[in-house]
Write a protein that binds this ligand. Structure first.
Ligand SMILES: [Zn+2]
Length: 263
């Protein structure tokens, strides 16, 4: 009897410990009102520069701790007239939460689209002001460009021109970084996103071709951070069918948010 009680106490302690460990990292997302068959967002994962400063196997040794068939969707270079709204429509229809990496110059030109993404619960991160290859510039110039982008995004999103990002997520244009810039990002507590799989949507193709290509690549890697561009018409056009097909194939969407911002 005494042994049993000890085991029970130990088991409870273990469950408690596991809960504490997983509690701040993951949370179940809400169901999709009015669309019971929606792809939806399976869970939320908090991402912080302390534990995962650089993520994405295409560029770095580590990525997000995703389970089999879990995907984080990301969209770069917007907001862009015409295409970004279509992307947001498709995500909203399926109750899918994704991450957008804005260009400051596009956020300045289309602030209403940036604010719409935010209002619809999308994560909005940063991608420089004008898309230069930052790792090939001097560090001071590169950081000035990064800050100009963050300030333009923050102004479009929140009406305040600041260089400390509300969402400390950054993706280097063309994935071109440098050791010094990556170090600076860690110092600033900014998570650097790479990717695990992409649609090569910078190459011109039909939406049907892009759909087939990205689905086959996702099936190969099985999980990961997916890179698209919401500036591309072919991507915007294939997205509704893509999300439907992910549902049919049993994939689950994970929403990446900054640590400490849940709820
Ligand atoms: Zn880009």
């Amino acid at each position: 009897m005494r042994h049993l009680i000890v085991i029970m106490i130990m088991t409870r302690a273990l469950v408690f410990a596991v809960t504490i460990t997983l509690g701040p990292l993951t949370a179940a997302a809400a169901p999709c009102p009015g669309h019971p068959d929606a792809l939806g967002t399976g869970r939320i994962i908090e991402v912080d520069a302390g534990s995962t400063p650089r993520i994405g196997h295409k560029q770095f040794p580590s990525t997000l701790p995703l389970r089999a068939k879990e995907l984080v969707l990301t969209f770069d270079d917007g907001p862009w007239p015409g295409t970004t709204a279509k992307v947001l429509d498709a995500l909203r229809t399926e109750c899918v939460r994704a991450t957008f990496f804005l260009l400051g110059r596009n956020a300045a030109a289309n602030p209403q689209l940036a604010r719409r993404a935010l209002a619809e619960g999308q994560t909005v991160g940063h991608h420089s002001y004008s898309h230069p290859l930052l790792g090939r510039m001097g560090v001071a110039r590169a950081e000035a460009e990064i800050d100009r982008g963050i300030a333009a995004d923050e102004f479009a999103l929140y009406g305040e021109r600041r260089t400390k990002p509300t969402t400390p997520f950054f993706r280097f244009p063309g994935f071109v970084s440098s050791r010094a810039l990556l170090e600076r990002m860690i110092e600033r507590g900014i998570v650097v996103f790479g990717a695990d799989v992409w649609a090569s949507d910078w190459v011109r193709m039909t939406p049907e071709q892009e759909l087939r290509l990205i689905l086959s690549r996702i099936d190969q890697v099985g999980r990961g951070i997916v890179l698209f561009h919401d500036t591309k018409a072919q991507t915007a056009r294939m997205l509704p069918a893509f999300l439907r097909e992910l549902k049919r194939r049993g994939y689950s969407i994970v929403h990446a948010i900054p640590a400490g911002k849940h709820g």
